[in-house]
Design a binder for this molecule. Sequence first.
Ligand code: NDP
Length: 347
Amino acid sequence: MADATKPLVLVTGATGYIAGHCIRELMEQGYRVRGTVRSLKDAGKTDHLRKMASALGGSLELVEANLSSDAGWPEAVAGCTYVQHVASPFPPEVPKDENELIRPAVDGALRVLKACAAAGTVKRVVMTSSVAAVAMGHPPDEKVRTEADWSNPDRCDPYPKSKTLAEKAAWDFVKSLPPERRFELAVINPGFVLGPLLNADQGTSGELIRKLMVRDMPACPEIGFAPVDVRDVATAHRLAMELPNAAGNRYICAGDHIWVQDIAKILAAEYNPRGYRIPTGKLPYALMWIIAWFDKAVNLALTFVGRKEIVSSAKAQQELGWRMRPVRESILDTARTMIEHGVVPAR
Ligand code: NDP
């Protein structure tokens, strides 16, 4: 239930997968929430948020703002005590021009932060970065990466490059502010996000589970990720917003590396007896290379074949008291909600 005495929190990119859960987490804790969307015209993209607010008795206001334009940001930030800056382009394919990702990510983050500095009411911004800003562009050395590590933007694909440059720009901007305009910054660096869908938009990270569920690939490529549940990512954003010691810190939120084949085995054990045909064999590299000619998402994955993504969430656990649910629960909840929302046909 909304508490009129609780601060107003702005969540950017409210239509997105992670932002929807951030909004739920905040409303469950009584915060009043304002969310930005690129356009209010398509009511279908925000219906789930309005229904959620009504079910929780929450206070939710939606306003328009685009990362590629200055318009709307001063009004979006006005009166807010906290901002969770979650919006950033996260497409399933590599764009022809890397600036399609980099410009909205970097310039958009700076637009949000400049509006916060001008507003004078914002105490802290929590920005959604990624392990893609921590662990990419390094040799495949299986070193455990921590918050002390940064991806090498000169040796990254456009998406990790956009996340690395945007996070660096945010830290530099906040450091450059004069004391009278300064606010605090904390950053969450999630791994590969899984967990329940709030609507039929499965987001980019859910695409892998969908492909496995509908057998859109004949076998499992030898790639893997450090996974994290979207509900735990939302909790991490709230903790980083509330806890005094989080200011000025980045926090990796991701569990132990898991191969796609092991994700498939968890899904297959649950769903193949119900008529699904989830593949659990390993896709030979040569076949993956051929498929990559036709499938841009597989093409993107080629650089990750055989590589382990090893990161540590120890800092978030120690400093935020943050905990992760078991990955099996996240995987099965992703699949269950994909069926509920019709993303994957029911059997
Ligand atoms: P989604 O694609 O579901 O959400 C992205 C959001 O950003 C959408 O609301 C989208 O709006 C908005 N957005 C994109 N471009 C613009 C723009 N030019 N102006 C305004 N809004 C824009 O992705 P996720 O929820 O998965 O990702 C959210 C954040 O988390 C991103 O910063 C991403 O980099 C990060 N992240 C995600 C991970 C994952 O595995 N999912 C892992 C680590 C980090 P619209 O609906 O209008 O397109």
